[in-house]
Design a binder for this molecule. Structure first.
Ligand code: FES
Ligand code: FE2
Length: 331
C-alpha cells in the first residue's frame, strides 16, 4: 500500500468519455471500487459492479430500456439500483437493490460521485466553448498513484531531463515562487522565471515576450498550468486524474489554447508534440512505480525544489493548510 493513497471520495471523478457510453455497459474501477455505467434513455447511470443476488459483475449484463439486466439469472436493476424484474419469480416478495451512485454527463464526459455527502457542481473545463480557442483531450492510463501524476504535471525540474531539449535546455536558475494555499487548492505563480528556450519555446513563445506562468492544484486530483502572454496568446493544460487504485491513475488532459490568428496551424505542431511529451511522462512514472514496488514502499524526500508537491501531498493526506508564502527555487 502506497502511503499517500487515501481515497478522497466526496468529489466528482471522470469515469469515461460520453461517446464511450452507448448501448453496452462500461466497467470502470475508481478509487479501488468496481463500477458499472450504462444509460437509461439518454441519462447516464452508475451502479456498483456487483449483482446483489450472486455477485457476478453487472457489467457482463445487457442494457434494457429501463435498466441493466444481469447475465446470470436475468434480474434487472434500474438507474437508482432498484430491482425491477426477477424472471423466475412467481409471487412478488422482497428484492435486494444494487448500490447506485450519482452520475452526470457534462462537457463530453460521464462523471461519477463516490462519496456520501451531497455532490457539489461538476468541475468545468475553462474556455471550453470560447470563441477563437482550440481544445482537445488526451487520455492515458498511468502506472502510478494520483499523487505521482499530479506532482509530475506541475513539476518543472524534470523537464530538462525527461523532456530533454523540449522545454528548457539548461539546468536551473533562481525563480521565485509565490504559493497560495486554501483548503481546496494550491496555486503557485512563477516570478522572474527564465524563458522556455527548448523546441516548445521556439515554436510557441514569441521572442522577447514574457509569460505569466501559474501552476494550480485543485482538490481532489486536478492540475492546471497556464502560460499567459496576452489575451490573444494563452495556453492552458488541465489534467483530471481519476485514481483507479493506489497504483494506477487514468488521466484526462485538457489542452486549450488561443493563438490569434494562426491557432489552427500552431495546433498541427502543438498537438503531436504534447502527445509525445505525455508519453515521456507515462514512461518515467512507470519506471518510478516499478522501483517503488521493488522496495515495497515509497520513501520520498521533499526538497525545496518540491515546494508545490509538498503542499499538495499535505493537502491530499488531509493535513491543515499553512498560510501563503513565497519560495525561492531553482526551476
Ligand atoms: S447473479 Fe445476478 S441475477 Fe443472479
Ligand atoms: Fe513531464
Amino acid at each position: 500500500m502506497i502511503e499517500a493513497f487515501r481515497p478522497i471520495e466526496n468529489y466528482w471523478y471522470i469515469a469515461c468519455f460520453s461517446r464511450e457510453l452507448k448501448s453496452k455497459p462500461v466497467s470502470r474501477t475508481i478509487l479501488g471500487k468496481p463500477l458499472v455505467l450504462f444509460r437509461t434513455g439518454e441519462k447516464p447511470a452508475c451502479l456498483e459492479d456487483r449483482c446483489p443476488h450472486r455477485n457476478i459483475a453487472l457489467s457482463l449484463g445487457k442494457v434494457k430500456k429501463d435498466g441493466l439486466q444481469c447475465s446470470y439469472h436475468g434480474w434487472t436493476f434500474g438507474a437508482d439500483g432498484k430491482c425491477l424484474r426477477i424472471p423466475a419469480e412467481s409471487e412478488s416478495g422482497a428484492r435486494p437493490a444494487a448500490r447506485s451512485l450519482p452520475a452526470v454527463e457534462s462537457q463530453g464526459f460521464i462523471w461519477v460521485f463516490l462519496g456520501d455527502k451531497v455532490p457539489g457542481p461538476v468541475p468545468e473545463f475553462p474556455m471550453f466553448s470560447a470563441p477563437r480557442w482550440q481544445n482537445w483531450f488526451m487520455e492515458r492510463e498511468f502506472d502510478g498513484s494520483a499523487f505521482q501524476c499530479i506532482e509530475n504535471f506541475l513539476d518543472v525540474p524534470h523537464t530538462v531531463f525527461v523532456h530533454s531539449g523540449l522545454f528548457r535546455t539548461r539546468e536551473g536558475s533562481d525563480t521565485t515562487l509565490s504559493i497560495v494555499r486554501n483548503n481546496q487548492s494550491v496555486t503557485a505563480e512563477f516570478l522572474n522565471e527564465r524563458q522556455v528556450d527548448g523546441l516548445v519555446g521556439k515554436l510557441l513563445v514569441p521572442a522577447g515576450s514574457q509569460a505569466k506562468h501559474t501552476d494550480a492544484f485543485l482538490m481532489p486530483s486536478t492540475t492546471r498550468v497556464d502560460y499567459y502572454f496576452s489575451e490573444k496568446r494563452h495556453f492552458i493544460v488541465m489534467s483530471q486524474c481519476t485514481p483507479v487504485d493506489e497504483y494506477r491513475t487514468r488521466v484526462y488532459t485538457y489542452m486549450a489554447f488561443r493563438f490569434d490568428p494562426i491557432a489552427p496551424i500552431v495546433r498541427l505542431i502543438y498537438a503531436p508534440l504534447s502527445s509525445m511529451i505525455l508519453n515521456q511522462d507515462v514512461r518515467v512514472i512507470k519506471k518510478q512505480s516499478d522501483n517503488i514496488k521493488r522496495f515495497g514502499r515509497e520513501a520520498f524526500y521533499f526538497h525545496q525544489t518540491d515546494a508545490i508537491a509538498r503542499e499538495i501531498r499535505e493537502m491530499m493526506s488531509g493535513r491543515k493548510a499553512r498560510s501563503s508564502h513565497k519560495k525561492r527555487i531553482r526551476a
